[in-house]
Write a protein that binds this ligand. Structure first.
Ligand SMILES: *[C@@H]1O[C@H](CO)[C@@H](O)[C@H](O)[C@H]1NC(C)=O
Ligand SMILES: *[C@@H]1O[C@H](CO)[C@@H](O)[C@H](O)[C@H]1NC(C)=O
Ligand SMILES: *[C@@H]1O[C@H](CO)[C@@H](O)[C@H](O)[C@H]1NC(C)=O
Ligand SMILES: *[C@@H]1O[C@H](CO)[C@@H](O)[C@H](O)[C@H]1NC(C)=O
Length: 198
């Protein structure tokens, strides 16, 4: 028989072979386990109206020394761009810009890394901001994005999600450099987070 181009719908027609494969897959579920123990559809979504919350606080990161909140875990491969650096962080969040005497609102935990060997001083951050203040105690938001610390302009990060009161969160955060203390290697950034949630 001459070889002909298969019509595109052919793979959708179940053959004895594919039915046998499906039967084997179905019988391979362990007792008590099933597709519905893994995922059930709960519909319709009964959500309240979305609201927008604006959070304003300061984020302090100490790069080195006895007070360090950052720990470099992968080495700098290029001193001009900081390429290669990966730092793990456990940073303080406060209402005001002075972390020594301002009310704590939570912790920022996550990592930043310098992914470019050619563009100076760009870092990517992957962070979870866990709040411990007021109505937001126990809730968190996840922030992702690029920071250009020497650009002199505001950096925008995405709110990738949230927990607690911030379930189903989305939004963005504007990060502005506030101050740098070279003796303590203390960097303070101001954050305005605009988060939509239910
Ligand atoms: C970066 O600078 C430090 C300190 O001067 C030096 O020890 C290190 O070898 C340099 N790293 C590279 C990759 O050039
Ligand atoms: C924190 O300390 C700074 C510097 O000493 C001072 O200017 C500021 O008013 C203080 N803030 C609070 C909230 O106490
Ligand atoms: C990074 O850039 C430096 C300087 O241009 C170069 O010597 C080095 O080989 C580069 N490293 C990588 C991994 O590309
Ligand atoms: C936040 O919640 C925890 C756990 O419920 C509680 O122990 C803590 O005192 C609360 N903190 C504030 C500042 O309300």
């Amino acid at each position: 028989m001459a070889a002909t181009k298969s019509p595109v719908f052919l793979p959708l027609v179940p053959t004895i072979a594919t039915l046998l494969v499906l039967a084997a897959a179905a019988s391979s579920f362990a007792a008590g386990e099933s597709q519905t123990s893994f995922a059930t559809k709960k519909q319709p979504m009964t959500m309240k109206k979305a609201k927008l919350t604006h959070l304003h606080f300061y984020w302090s990161n100490i790069r080195s020394g006895p007070e360090a909140t950052a720990q470099i875990v992968a080495p700098i491969l290029n001193n001009a761009t900081f390429y290669g650096t990966v730092a793990l962080n456990d940073d303080t969040l406060t209402l005001g810009p002075n972390p020594d005497n301002s009310t704590s609102v939570g912790k920022a935990r996550g990592l930043y890394h310098f992914p470019s060997n050619t563009t100076a001083l760009v870092y990517e951050m992957v962070y979870n901001f866990a709040f411990t203040y007021g109505d937001y105690n126990g809730s968190s938001i996840s922030l992702l994005g690029s920071v250009f610390p020497t650009s002199g302009t505001a950096n925008e990060l995405s709110v990738a999600g949230g927990t607690g009161v911030f379930r189903f969160a989305r939004g963005y955060a504007v990060l502005n450099f506030f101050s740098f203390d070279p003796i303590r290697t203390l960097v303070v950034n101001e954050l305005d987070v605009y988060v939509s949630h239910y």
